[in-house]
Design a protein around this ligand. Structure first.
Ligand SMILES: NC(=O)c1ccc[n+]([C@@H]2O[C@H](COP(=O)([O-])OP(=O)(O)OC[C@H]3O[C@@H](n4cnc5c(N)ncnc54)[C@H](O)[C@@H]3O)[C@@H](O)[C@H]2O)c1
Length: 339
């Protein structure tokens, strides 16, 4: 069975003015860390041949395991059948080094670490060795990758910023910048839609793009209210999960203002009794935990104690719950029209 939000199928697509179809187009995904395997999965389940490229064998092995696990979980969540999962996995070729992957690629998805030097070196190698028509999508979270790419690549480089886990969450933030053409941007957006994703195009580059900036704003108030004793960590999460989160799912941020009434919203914003939390770039709430090695799910504790459960187990539990939510949201998630 196929989830409703995968109803789109790649047909009639072009990229850099060339046909881009499953069976003929090749996609190289560079980096098999947190993001690469999930992005590779999305292309592969839509019929594309993928080269998943890594520099370290253990990372490549872990990336392939995580891709296979993600497919198993889709079967368990009943958003994919076992035969489709096997066929998807068979379309992914693991490779050490990027040379073989980029040599025949029509699209290169760059998901290497968020490090200027690593990205710069990768773009230089791609400009030298990839076919001259190959397009590069960078998954960078914050970097101005346009300033890192050699001129030979700049007109076919854009940002396509996916969200973790990328095979479950639909949003992809797209940033196109000259000399890349508007048509390349449009083609990339069409391709993402055909993959069942929900692309939004930013009119210009801004570090952190949109969602990570919104998250920073939420984090600033959250850390401040917890540190100043207004609310506990657990209650803040309960409050968000039982109010903001479901309402935002239906209304987003801006349509919520329409429902509140813009006049009331204006009055609320002007209330002199509410003083915004100051910008604090290293809140003690985070710093103290980092100092004692409590890094979150990866180390077994962070704001919560995970009682010895492994990061993999915790990630599977999160992803299973996310699939349940995505199934329930279905059409609304990838076709989020206002009410
Ligand atoms: N982790 C997230 O939640 C998240 C979300 C959105 C975007 N991003 C962005 O996606 C990119 C990748 O993030 P990640 O979290 O997957 O990183 P990661 O560190 O988990 O994985 C990156 C992988 O790239 C490999 N690598 C290093 N140099 C390489 C090269 N030259 N060729 C091929 N592979 C190479 C590394 O060995 C590593 O396994 C970053 O730009 C990051 O900012 C991450």
């Amino acid at each position: 069975m196929t989830a409703p939000f995968h109803k789109f199928r790649p047909s009639g697509l072009t990229l850099n003015a060339r046909e881009f179809a499953p069976g003929s187009a090749r996609v190289a995904v560079l980096g098999a860390g947190v993001m690469g395997p999930g992005i590779a999965l999305v292309f592969a389940e839509h019929g594309f041949q993928i080269d998943l490229c890594e520099v370290r064998q253990p990372a490549l092995d872990a990336g392939m395991t995580s891709l296979a696990d993600a497919l198993d979980l889709k079967v368990q969540a009943q958003v994919c059948d076992a035969a489709a999962a096997r066929a998807t996995l068979a379309r992914v070729t693991p490779r050490i080094g990027i040379a073989d992957g980029i040599a025949h690629a029509d699209l290169i998805v760059e998901a290497v670490p968020e490090d200027r030097n690593i990205k710069r070196a990768v773009y230089t190698q791609v400009a030298d060795a990839a076919p001259s028509h190959a397009v590069v999508w960078s998954n960078t979270s914050t970097l101005d990758v346009f300033s890192l790419a050699p001129p030979a690549l700049a007109h076919r480089l854009l940002v396509a910023h996916w969200f973790a886990p990328p095979h479950i969450l639909p949003l992809v933030e797209v940033v196109c910048q000259e000399p890349a053409s508007d048509s390349l941007c449009d083609e990339s957006v069409s391709l993402l839609r055909a993959l069942g994703k929900a692309p939004v195009v930013l009119e210009k580059f801004v570090p952190g793009f949109v969602i990570n900036r919104l998250l920073r704003a939420l984090g600033r108030e959250s850390f401040d209210m917890i540190e100043s004793g207004v609310i506990s960590i657990a209650d803040l999460d309960v409050a968000v999960r039982t109010s903001l989160a479901p309402r935002m799912q239906i209304l987003g941020v801006m349509q919520r203002y329409d429902y509140t009434g813009l006049h009331l919203s204006l009055r609320n914003l002007a209330d002199p009794d509410i003083v915004d939390a100051p910008v604090n770039r290293s809140p003690a709430l985070l710093q103290d935990r980092v100092d004692r090695g409590a890094l979150g799910v990866a180390s077994g504790s962070g704001f919560y104690d995970y009682g010895g459960r492994s990061a993999l187990e915790l990630q599977r539990e999160r992803d299973l719950r996310l699939w349940q939510v995505m199934r329930a949201l279905a059409e609304h998630a990838t076709d989020p029209k206002p009410i």
